[in-house]
Design a protein around this ligand. Structure first.
Ligand code: CA
Length: 341
């Protein structure tokens, strides 16, 4: 992480009590605006002492449940109902959001692959750097709200990384369970040093990443899960009064604790063609079972090729697009995680 100060400016006073709605201004000099800036909306709600919760949405611009839930919270929550500080950024990556795209059209970068960012990098990297060096250090808890975007569709789940320290694991797991999504997912990711939540974790914060749906759509049920989840986190950490509402309180099944321990959980297409799924989201899958098959519709004399799951478990995420190319992830199979004693 570079020590250079951020070039992003704001008129927000993070130490002031009350509610402030304003912008971060990220310099972006372009053909149509020489001294231009990208305004990034931010709301800070602070009242007295208490923990600081930082929540972000639209890190990818084709994921919508988190941004909508955070925008509603930012408008409705009043400081007198809060003990502590909320820092809400429903739309952290405005160029990607405006383009409805995963990557920023400004520099082609994936915001959640450039953390911790650099002060003097391109726009996406400077946003990551501001979050890493200014916002995360202010926070005790960091929650990054995602969905699957255009090319993945998840059963809503909240991810935690397995923690070496048992006390941290318990605290993180308690927060994940308080959120109350259908699935709590203990995830190990191969390239886990460049994400917002892993940088937050390295800085000693409780860090969660939610996958709240996908397919570049807004699902009514998934949005309700997102909205209750963020409210529950505020209650769990004592930022607002009241008891956490468990899934049963709104007629949903209890959160299922699952894991994706290795790369074998990810099923990948290895042909160019049209994907026919055999299993639906939530279905049980056995190792060796075909999740679907790829058709060669321009050569219907050729037999389709199966995509086989390497793991037993349940399909928690699927590719909603029929067209596939070699290397595309078509599904994620998660298995149950042993309930900690
Ligand atoms: Ca995402």
């Amino acid at each position: 992480m570079t020590d250079a100060p951020s070039r992003i400016a704001t008129d927000i006073d993070f130490d002031r009590d009350g509610k402030q709605a304003s912008f971060l201004r990220a310099p972006s000099s372009t053909n149509r605006s020489a001294y231009g800036a990208v305004p990034i909306p931010i709301t800070v709600i602070k009242n007295g002492r208490g923990p600081t919760l930082l929540m972000t949405g639209a890190v990818h611009g084709d994921e919508y449940e988190g941004p909508i839930a955070l925008a509603k919270l930012a408008r409705s929550l009043q400081p007198d109902a809060v003990s502590g500080r909320l820092i809400l950024l429903p739309a952290l990556n405005p160029p990607a959001l405006l383009a409805g795209a995963r990557l920023s059209p400004v520099d082609g970068l994936n915001l959640n692959r450039v953390f911790p960012g650099t002060a003097d990098g391109s726009l996406t990297s400077t946003i990551a750097h501001y979050v890493s060096t200014v916002l995360i250090p202010l926070a005790d808890i960091v929650v990054d709200l995602h969905s699957g975007g255009a090319t993945l569709d998840y059963i809503p789940c909240v991810l935690l990384r397995e923690q070496a320290d048992p006390a941290r694991m318990r605290a993180t797991l308690a927060a994940v369970m308080a959120f109350g999504a259908p699935i709590a997912l203990v995830a190990r990711e191969p390239d886990d040093t460049v994400y917002l939540d892993t940088v937050a974790e390295r800085l000693g914060k409780i860090a969660l990443l939610a996958e709240l749906g996908g397919a570049a759509t807004v699902d009514k049920g998934n949005l309700a899960i997102a909205e209750l989840g963020v409210q529950n986190l505020l209650r769990h950490f004592g930022l607002v009064a009241g008891a956490v509402v468990p899934p049963a309180g709104v007629g949903r099944a209890a959160t299922r604790l699952m894991q994706t321990p290795d790369a074998a959980c990810y099923a990948t297409a290895m042909e160019d063609g049209t994907y026919e799924p055999f299993v639906a989201l939530g279905d049980a899958v056995a190792a060796g079972q075909a999740l679907g098959q790829i058709h060669f519709l321009q050569r219907h004399d050729r037999a389709p090729v199966a995509v086989v799951s390497r793991r037993s478990g349940r399909l928690i995420c699927r590719r909603p697009l029929a067209r596939v190319e070699p290397g595309d992830c078509v599904g994620i199979v998660a298995c149950d995680y042993p309930t900690p004693g």
